[in-house]
Design a protein around this ligand. Structure first.
Ligand SMILES: C[S@@+](CC[C@H](N)C(=O)[O-])C[C@H]1O[C@@H](n2cnc3c(N)ncnc32)[C@H](O)[C@@H]1O
Length: 223
């Protein structure tokens, strides 16, 4: 699942340039018995199979022996991932280990040996790999030099509790809709003012929860 993700586009370039290093670790190699089993039926009965603690514990312990790692469990029961968390993870200097589940998920004791549990949102997927890729991609873009224009990071959605302002490109007019005059005026102060107003309007209309947070933050930085 990871091969094309790690080979394409800016992620592929970051990997080539060693700005991003991703090791894929198959915890099945630490599986139990002749068949390297990593799962068993749940105690107490119920559907499906549950991931056993030993293979994951051993895989993480082997990593910790090389260097201390920040351990994340990828699970729908974790805290919802967001841009703030992406920024936080991008500042961690240790290697980050993300453990992806399958089947019915993890034996509860696995939670005792990770540092945090992260979810992609309130829905259930079949495995943690897509969530891990989403996290890798959003954290990688914050590593200096991974995306061409670092400036765009400061303006984009969520970076200041606002969605990004409306963007326009050519043509000047399309289906009767014209690009706002201010954007072609060349007046950079007026453009900046318009963009802030537009970002506020958009956030208020689309994401009331985010807008409330923005207002609270603006009030607390004023006082
Ligand atoms: C089918 S899910 C298990 C769900 C588990 N039975 C529960 O209800 O919490 C299998 C694996 O997919 C991954 N997964 C599913 N949904 C996810 C989400 N929203 N965020 C992060 N990982 C998720 C996790 O790694 C999980 O262990």
């Amino acid at each position: 699942m990871f091969a094309s993700f790690l080979a394409e586009g800016l992620i592929g370039k970051a990997v080539d340039e060693k700005k991003l290093i991703v090791d894929l670790i198959d915890f099945r190699k630490n599986g139990i018995g002749k068949h390297n089993k990593v799962d068993s039926p749940p105690y107490g009965g119920g559907a499906g199979m549950v991931l056993r603690p030993e293979p994951i514990f051993n895989a993480l312990e082997a990593l910790d022996e090389k260097a201390s790692v920040h351990k994340i469990l990828i699970s729908p029961q974790g805290k919802s991932f967001n841009q703030q968390k992406a920024i936080e993870l991008s500042r961690i200097t240790k290697p980050i280990a993300m453990t992806c589940g399958r089947f019915e998920g993890f034996d509860e004791r696995i939670r005792s040996f990770v540092d945090e549990e992260i979810s992609l949102g309130d829905f259930v997927m079949m495995g943690g790999e897509i969530a891990a890729m989403a996290i890798i991609e959003s954290v990688a873009r914050l590593i200096p030099g991974v995306i061409g224009n670092q400036e765009s990071l400061t303006q984009e959605s969520f970076s200041r509790d606002l969605l990004e302002y409306s963007q326009y490109t050519r043509p000047l007019e399309f289906n009767g809709m014209r690009v706002p005059d201010v954007l072609t005026s060349g007046n950079h102060q007026e453009i900046a003012k318009w963009r802030l107003k537009d970002a506020e309007r958009k956030t208020r209309n689309k994401r009331g929860d985010l807008y409330d947070r923005y207002l609270k933050r603006s009030v607390s930085s004023d006082t």
